[in-house]
Ligand binder design. Structure first.
Ligand SMILES: C[S@@+](CC[C@H](N)C(=O)[O-])C[C@H]1O[C@@H](n2cnc3c(N)ncnc32)[C@H](O)[C@@H]1O
Length: 313
């Protein structure tokens, strides 16, 4: 299978399914909060002259890449460097003005491919993981491993990495950093091996590195803040589509879409409804959509993708 809109930078996931969710087909004003290599954005802009898109990303590499790719759309494309949690304010988007919002969470293949960015568990890579390529003021993965206390580290490995031996791993990190500060992937790989023993597989390493990345970038907190701001920015009939690759993120999205679709959100025991008393919209994916087997074979990253959609009333 050839992956539509794939580039050397990133292969976008479930493009056809995302396009089917995002209406209107002729195009409108869209916001892509996770521009990456601009694959989904290009598919949206190709809908026709009525399609306009504001694209945000924290990562300057993404804005550079997508900026070049989407330059042919002229003023129909507006790039904004921002955390998507602040995108509505950063791009000056008014309430009720967007026809569609897309979040394709996580990181791009490019970010993993470049060792210096420090997302990879290939040996010898620096432990950085900051999506925004921030200055030293923003703590890197190495800073967290060298400075957090044992309970905080255990919490990260447990909550974001579902690591059963989270406390042991945190204890080993603290023991190791007494002798030498954590600086490269080798240090964390060594801590993982000492915790999980020879059982440690690539999937374990990926899970634990991902947990640290989520903490470094405040990814759960950013999503929590972003959801409500994007809901308010949607026009009546506008669609919110989210691709999540982590169960915590998918649960946040599922719960938000469910709550917004309820007609009453009063606490139990209220005799008379005192809340908005009407749904804010409808969940349009009863169950999360997954990539086809064909796509998963061609792009293993698509395997964990969960796509959900919600339409504003
Ligand atoms: C999976 S990639 C998106 C790929 C994109 N859909 C495409 O077609 O190429 C995720 C992108 O979101 C960005 N990102 C993740 N969290 C972000 C946040 N809170 N704010 C802004 N950008 C974020 C990452 O830097 C990365 O470039």
């Amino acid at each position: 299978m050839t992956l539509p809109y794939a580039s050397g930078y990133h292969a976008p996931v479930m493009v056809r399914e995302v396009m089917d969710l995002l209406t209107p087909e002729r195009g409108g004003l869209y916001l892509d909060g996770t521009l990456g290599g601009g694959g989904h954005a290009e598919a949206l802009l190709e809908r026709g002259p009525e399609a306009r898109l504001i694209g945000t990303d924290r990562d300057p590499d993404a804005l550079r890449e997508a900026g070049e790719r989407l330059a042919r759309f002229g003023e129909r494309f507006t790039p904004v460097r921002s955390n998507f949690a602040d995108a509505v304010a950063a791009a000056g988007i008014g309430d009720g003005s967007l026809d569609g919002v897309l979040l394709d969470l996580g990181i791009s293949s490019h970010q993993i491919d470049v060792d210096e960015r420090g997302f990879t568990f290939r040996p010898g890579a620096p432990l950085d993981m900051r999506m925004a390529q921030a200055t030293a003021a923003e703590p890197s993965a190495a800073d967290l491993l060298n400075e957090m206390d044992e309970a905080e580290l255990a919490n990260i490995f447990f909550r974001y990495g579902e690591e059963k031996r989270s406390r042991k791993l945190a204890r080993i990190v603290l023991e190791m950093r007494e002798r030498e500060p954590f600086a490269t992937s080798d240090h964390l790989l060594d801590a993982i091996r000492r915790t999980l023993g020879p059982r440690a597989e690539a999937a374990d390493k990926a899970r634990i590195f991902q947990a640290l990345r989520i903490a470094v970038n405040g990814e759960i907190q950013a999503l929590e803040r972003a959801l409500e701001s994007f809901r308010k920015a949607l026009a009546p009939g506008g669609v919110f589509a989210v691709l999540a690759y982590h169960s915590l993120e998918d649960r946040l999205v599922k719960n938000a879409f469910r709550d917004w679709s309820l007609d009453c959100v009063c606490p139990p025991g209220f005799v008379q409804c005192q809340c908005r008393g009407t749904p804010l919209g409808t969940t349009i994916t009863r169950k999360p959509m997954s990539a086809t087997e064909q796509e998963t074979l061609a792009n293993p990253r698509a395997r964990s993708a969960r796509l959900r959609g919600w339409r504003a009333a």
